[in-house]
Design a protein around this ligand. Structure first.
Ligand code: DGI
Ligand code: FE
Ligand code: FE
Length: 195
């Protein structure tokens, strides 16, 4: 499937609001790819597909993981919506014909992030958070500016914000989110000492 066909398929699949979000992520990911020297087509594909399993219910997500033998962690068991990332990568491969592992990983890690993300993973993780249709989030405009200037710093602030937010809720925090935060905290600290 080419990008235009993916856009059409996602439009049919998603609510108007979520489709607008997907297009927003696509546009921002394109710009970030251009700025940081990444393949804009790969960034656009990862972006338009990143939430391609978000319409599934918790039961459907678990069902897909069982059918396709995807491992479900104890964190994902408690917050089943987290699985839309993993199942999204599976769908990208099975339903949209994506074979590129960089794109599949970017979809897999778009919600929690992970330590030492690839450039595409950081682009999708950040674009998902800052696209223009996101409703106001603390420090959103700071993160938007930072994203076009220092992507690692933007990733770090997003992870910090996400953990701050999750601590105010009763949601379980996936250990991947914490590991990602620790990794980027150390990275940013090291770079500020050296500069
Ligand atoms: O699918 P989107 O809404 O576009 O964005 P997303 O896939 O990044 O999901 C955002 C939500 O994920 C947001 O409410 C914070 C939540 N989240 C991120 N990390 C974790 C988490 N939720 C739990 N329970 N645990 C996490 O570690
Ligand atoms: Fe998502
Ligand atoms: Fe999203």
């Amino acid at each position: 499937m080419n990008l235009d066909q993916m856009v059409d398929a996602i439009e049919k699949l998603q609510s108007a609001k979520r489709f607008k979000h997907s297009l927003g992520v696509k546009d921002v990911a394109y710009d970030l790819a251009l700025i940081y020297g990444y393949d804009t087509m790969k960034a656009s594909i990862a972006a338009i597909l990143h939430d391609c399993a978000k319409h599934l219910s918790d039961d459907e997500l678990i069902g897909q993981c069982n059918i396709y033998n995807l491992p479900v962690s104890k964190y994902e068991m408690q917050s089943k919506f987290l699985l839309h990332a993993k199942v999204g990568a599976l769908y990208a491969r099975k339903l949209y014909g994506v074979e590129d592992e960089d794109i599949l990983d970017a979809i897999t890690y778009h919600t929690t992030g992970r330590p030492s993300m690839t450039l595409l993973e950081k682009i999708i993780f950040t674009a998902d958070y800052i696209e223009p249709n996101r409703r106001p989030i603390p420090r959103l405009n700071t993160i938007r500016k930072e994203a076009y200037f220092n992507l690692d710093q933007a990733v770090y602030i997003i992870l910090e914000n996400t953990l701050d937010y999750l601590k105010t809720t009763n949601n379980v925090i996936d250990e991947m989110t914490i590991k990602a935060y620790e990794y980027y905290r150390k990275l940013i600290e090291a770079s500020s000492i050296n500069s």
